[in-house]
Ligand binder design. Structure first.
Ligand code: FE
Length: 352
């Protein structure tokens, strides 16, 4: 079903691209007629608008295609399902392999087979069936108090369970996708029993009930509430850029921890084409653009993420914060273990 629709869309897109069948999108896609618009593309974003606005503006400037963004923190998949054939969504932007995977499983994405995108992104950053694409990588790191944690005192996620950190660790909720993915990676490397023991011990070490976002944990270090926090690396840059938050960032050093003596746990931000995209050709253009050099450089320089396109280097600033080897456990494997990870967090009552 998805396949058929996609083939139709892409065929349609190809024809439109060559100017053979102008304005036939509605007829060919058979859906979303009300939202098919020349020169427009509709984005459903789980990413905050300020993070993606620069890339979208640059895209409009280059192509003349107007981007309409619907920003939603949660419920994008439910919304797409409810809208069905009448959905105006063309492109979905989100963070986390788990959410990309949820979109695939909910059947709300199309399959995209495109040479430009496949050239821009290494195979490890895209679904073999073209249902999702990873635009950037981010590392889930340890923020350590400069005053109260010695350099080298913690170097791995496993060490978060060491009783020496009792009452000294802060994290956000164990139900948040960023932590669920990390817990899933622990299961992937150590098996469920060992991972569960680890998580139970980490919970014992928490300074307070999990709460707030990643930055709030670094703030808590600055305020002396804890000494160690877990958070994504790009927030360091975002805090440095923010007058109020800079002191939080200045109070910590960054640790790129190892998992099972290997690399650092990473996740992706990514995109998918909506299954019933009313403007598939424009969607494809946007998706190509986001994997291209200009947009990828913006992700690196403005958002402090690691670009997926290997042609684009890391930002010098980001590089100066530390380098690492990414964990070799595949994103697909992590996505598969998410349910188990969530149940495990419940069993140890991580948020309780
Ligand atoms: Fe984030």
């Amino acid at each position: 079903m998805i396949q058929n629709r996609t083939v139709g869309s892409l065929l349609c897109a190809a024809l439109l691209g060559t100017g053979i069948v102008g304005g036939a999108t509605d007829v060919m896609s058979g859906s979303g007629q009300a939202f098919a618009a020349d020169g427009e593309v509709n984005v459903y974003s789980l990413r905050q608008p300020f993070l993606i606005q620069p890339m979208l503006e640059a895209f409009t400037e280059e192509t003349g295609i107007k981007v309409n963004v619907v920003f939603a923190k949660d419920g994008v998949i439910e919304r797409l399902k409810a809208e069905g054939l009448n959905s105006p969504a063309d492109v979905i932007l989100t963070v986390d392999i788990g959410r990309l995977n949820d979109a695939v499983e909910a059947g709300v994405v199309a399959t995209v087979e495109d040479e430009t995108i496949n050239t821009n992104l290494p195979a490890s950053f895209r679904d073999p069936e073209g249902r999702w694409f990873g635009l950037t990588t981010r590392a889930r790191i340890i923020y350590a108090s400069k005053d109260r944690v010695r350099p080298g005192e913690i170097t791995s996620y496993e060490q978060l369970a060491d009783p020496k950190w009792k009452g000294r660790i802060c994290t956000r909720s164990g139900k948040h996708p960023y932590n669920v993915a990390l817990f899933a990676a622990m299961i992937g490397h150590h098996g469920e029993a060992k991972a569960e023991q680890w998580l139970a011990n980490v919970k014992q070490n928490l300074a307070r009930k999990p709460q707030g976002n990643d930055r709030a944990q670094v703030k808590a270090i600055k305020e002396g509430e804890c000494d160690i926090a877990v958070g994504n690396n790009y927030y360091y840059g975002k805090m440095l850029d923010n007058e109020e938050q800079k002191p939080w960032a200045d109070s910590v050093s960054l640790v790129f921890p190892t998992i099972a003596d290997g690399g650092t746990h990473v996740n992706v931000s990514g995109m998918a084409m909506a299954r019933n995209a009313p403007n598939p050709e424009n969607a494809l253009q946007l998706m190509r653009y986001l994997t291209g050099e200009t947009a990828q450089e913006m992700y690196a320089e403005l958002n402090y993420e690691y670009p997926s396109n290997p042609v684009v280097p890391w930002s010098e600033k980001v590089k100066s914060w530390g380098t690492f080897t990414p964990d070799d456990l595949s994103l697909a494997a992590i996505a598969e273990l998410r349910d188990e990870a969530t149940k495990m967090a419940d069993r140890v009552d991580y948020d309780g």
